[in-house]
Ligand binder design. Structure first.
Ligand code: NAD
Length: 468
């Protein structure tokens, strides 16, 4: 990691926002500190018979709501500071989008490329075993999810390990982001990127903000560049391009490309699969280094890789008018000030990438209800709609085609409901943040989002009191 202490960066943002709230210092401290930090080391036997010690963490930042919730990251850059920072961001994120969880985060200090699938499975299962032993996982306690370097496969291993050790009726709710067959939910894989798109769309719909930037309202026609084409970066780019925005730059580990004529996302992904690199795609030009993606001409910059990417060192050169923080903590506090002074609109991570935890919440609810969304009402709704449409046909004398009929009488399935819930959440939360911004006369959505979170958590503590 860079010299920027991530947890300190988060707390700087917290302190800045806390000044606009009415809570006393002690209560603010209680909101800010990490409630439990668990540092684990354990051995695994590698495929060649050698033994390696693996280091990991699980941090439960806030117990003001239970269970706590947050992803598990596999990266060689993981450390305690990063895990604490990410856990605390989860608390504020959940509060901002009204998801009833405290924040948590897990990390295992490995580079996934250095391990076979068998070894990754061993690491994941042993890490889970250690969490179970110390009470750091469970449907009512702490519920992990995917993050950088992990996905549905790892979540499936976590569930299986948990289920083997616990007779828990709600076992499936001990982790989210699982494969569908193991109690996962349709729409979870793409949820964070989908939420990023909804958030950018909301931001671009506010005329006074777009006027300030000299941009038209709407996503359509806007150019964007993305750092990181993983789960979040890929899906955010997919929905942005589907809505008519133009992808003109991409950075990945191997380097960065830029093409003002536009980059076809699916063809680029295909090209990378075949060649192992994004470099050399189509008519794009290769940039000197992958961090040069930040300084390219574009309307929207989407950092979707890791934290501390936009710093005091490169913020001056950023030309994008909108910084859409898909990753957690991509902008350091000093870079934030530089960008803000320059008049850029920063859509903060605590709001923008909350789609993952929102849909994880839906998944957790599904698992403790033991019933798929839409199962009870889809057919009933469809038959009611059909009766209404038939009545309309009778009264109007118009006959709908089979396609029109299907469209008009479609009953909501799980994916439809998840998507609708996510969209509603992202719209409502953005409006709340803007209301706070306007109420305090701020020009900064990050501070407004933090104020919104601190107020919600602070009021909860006031109402429930502190356990003696
Ligand atoms: P991922 O592992 O699927 O993808 C990350 C991508 O970034 C990888 O393709 C990697 O090669 C690339 N990358 C890493 N370093 C890079 C660099 N220096 N330059 C260019 N590319 C680089 O991870 P993800 O789940 O998409 O997570 C990305 C970010 O989004 C993280 O900050 C994570 O905490 C955050 N986030 C993820 C979720 C989720 O649901 N997955 C939810 C909220 C926030």
């Amino acid at each position: 990691m860079s010299t920027y202490k991530f947890y300190e960066q988060v707390n700087k943002n917290f302190d800045k926002a806390a000044k606009y709230t009415r809570f006393d210092k002690g209560l603010l401290n209680q909101i800010k500190v990490c409630n439990m930090v668990y540092h684990i080391t354990f051995p695994i036997e590698k495929d060649d018979g050698s033994i390696e010690v693996i280091e990991g963490w699980r941090v439960e930042h806030s117990h003001h709501k239970m269970p706590t919730k947050g992803g598990i990251r596999f990266s060689h850059k993981v450390d305690e500071d990063e895990t604490m920072a990410l856990a605390s961001l989860m608390t504020y994120k959940c509060a901002i989008v009204d998801v009833p969880f405290g924040g948590a985060k897990g990390g295992v200090k490995i580079s996934t490329r250095d391990y076979s699938v068998r070894e990754l499975e061993k690491i994941t299962r042993r890490y889970t075993f250690e969490l179970i032993r110390k009470g750091f996982i469970g449907p009512a306690v702490d519920v992990p999810a995917p993050d950088y370097g992990t996905g549905a496969r790892e979540m499936g291993w976590i569930l299986d390990t948990y289920r083997q050790m616990k007779d828990d009726l709600n076992a499936e709710a001990c982790v989210t982001g699982k494969p569908i067959q193991q109690g996962g939910i349709r729409g979870r894989t793409e949820a964070t990127g989908r939420g990023v798109y909804f958030g950018i769309r909301e931001a671009c719909s506010i005329k006074k903000d777009m006027d300030k930037l000299g941009l038209d309202t709407g996503v359509e026609g806007k150019t964007f560049v993305v750092q990181g084409l993983g789960n979040v970066g890929y899906h955010a780019s997919k929905y942005m391009t589907e809505a008519g925005a133009k992808l003109i730059g991409v950075a990945e580990l191997e380097g960065a490309i830029y093409d003002p004529k536009g980059i076809d996302l699916e063809k680029l992904v295909e090209f990378r699969k075949e060649t192992g690199s994004i470099i050399g795609y189509g008519t794009s030009k290769e940039l000197p280094s992958n961090s040069d993606i930040f300084t390219q001409e574009c309307d929207i910059l989407i950092p979707a890789a890791l934290e501390s990417q936009v710093t005091g060192d490169n913020a001056h050169e950023i030309k994008a008018k909108i910084i859409a923080e898909a990753a957690n903590g991509p902008t350091t506090a000093d870079a934030h000030e530089i960008l803000k002074d320059r008049g850029a609109l920063i859509i903060p991570d605590t709001y923008l990438n909350a789609g993952g935890v929102v849909v994880s919440y839906f998944e957790w609810l599904k698992d403790i209800q033991h019933v798929r969304y839409g199962r009870m009402n889809k057919r009933f709704d469809e038959s009611s709609f059909r009766k209404i449409v038939n009545e309309i046909e009778n009264i109007s004398g118009k006959k709908f085609s089979d396609d029109e009929m299907l469209n008009l009488t479609h009953g909501a399935e799980e994916y439809d409901l998840v998507d609708s819930g996510l969209e509603e959440t992202m719209i409502t939360a953005y409006q709340q943040i803007c209301d706070v911004r306007d109420e305090h006369g701020l020009d900064d959505l990050r501070t407004a989002a933090f104020i919104s979170a601190i107020n919600k958590i602070g009021i909860m503590y006031e109402q429930m009191g502190i356990f003696p």
